[in-house]
Write a protein that binds this ligand. Structure first.
Ligand SMILES: *[C@@H]1O[C@H](CO)[C@@H](O)[C@H](O)[C@H]1NC(C)=O
Ligand SMILES: *[C@@H]1O[C@H](CO)[C@@H](O)[C@H](O)[C@H]1NC(C)=O
Length: 238
């Protein structure tokens, strides 16, 4: 009698424990900083991703994977050849989704997506550099600047058994499971603290023929300036 009672007790306890542990989910606390470096047509996005929570131990237990997705608008492109060269880093792997034609101007181009997969399930602090290029804009007016709007990247998370290991009720997104396969998985779109704003990139429109003149003029101005400075220096009494 005694024994049976204890057994029952144990079963109930186990059941309760099961319920509680099933409800334990982690709430990632992620900060992302984005910087666009370089001017002109060839630029680079620099991301710094910092995970304050969860701790390494609890993150490893979840067996969840993390990836970053950038929706590349038609005004810019990421060069697949360049990405292949980057592909060899240990920390991340890249994948481009969609066809990229690097020749066409903005109004003929299609959008594509870039996925950055983190090779180690757990990331703590990681920086990623992604080179990209602005496309030529159709010249309707001469000169001036066109604008390309770059959305913030999406932070996606995928867990082996259950997406509910991540507390947040993020929207579900279909994306390739791995950088090397086209098999689709359902990921959670995680919200993060963005320490930056959406970016507007300015692209010179048309009038590309004027560029040589501009550079010659600035070169001449530079020369004139140096000659002027030199002449002043040489007139200074010693
Ligand atoms: C990165 O390398 C994998 C092979 O390891 C390849 O399947 C994938 O297409 C490459 N990514 C890109 C963006 O080219
Ligand atoms: C993820 O969510 C953010 C805002 O919550 C949204 O701007 C973004 O478009 C979403 N990403 C995807 C791939 O749905």
């Amino acid at each position: 009698m005694h024994l049976r009672f204890d057994l029952l007790h144990l079963i109930v306890l186990l059941f309760v424990f099961q319920l509680v542990s099933a409800n334990v989910c982690i709430k990632p606390n992620v900060y992302i900083t984005q910087k666009i470096s370089n001017e002109g047509f060839h630029r680079e996005i620099n991301w710094l991703i910092e995970v304050l929570e969860p701790t390494i131990e609890s993150w490893e237990k979840t067996k969840c994977k993390v990836a970053l997705r950038l929706d590349v608008p038609s005004g810019i492109y990421v060069n697949p050849d360049e990405i292949n060269a980057l592909n060899e880093t240990e920390e991340v792997s890249f994948r481009i989704s969609g066809k990229v034609d690097i020749e066409v101007p903005a109004h003929e181009a299609k959008e594509h997506k870039v996925y950055v997969y983190f090779n180690n399930a757990y990331i703590n602090r990681i920086s990623i550099d992604l080179p990209f290029h602005l496309r030529y804009q159709r010249s309707q007016i001469t000169g001036g600047y066109g604008k390309v709007y770059l959305q913030k990247p999406s932070l996606l998370v995928w867990c082996e058994n259950n997406l509910n290991k991540i507390c947040q009720k993020g929207l579900k997104v279909e994306a390739p499971c791995e950088h090397f396969s086209s098999k689709q998985c359902v990921w959670k779109n995680l919200s993060y603290d963005a320490l930056f704003d959406d970016a507007d990139l300015f692209v010179p429109i048309g009038d590309l023929d004027h560029y040589p003149i501009v550079s010659i003029v600035s070169l001449l101005l530079g020369c004139a300036g140096s000659i002027y400075v030199l002449s002043i220096l040489s007139m200074t009494p010693l």
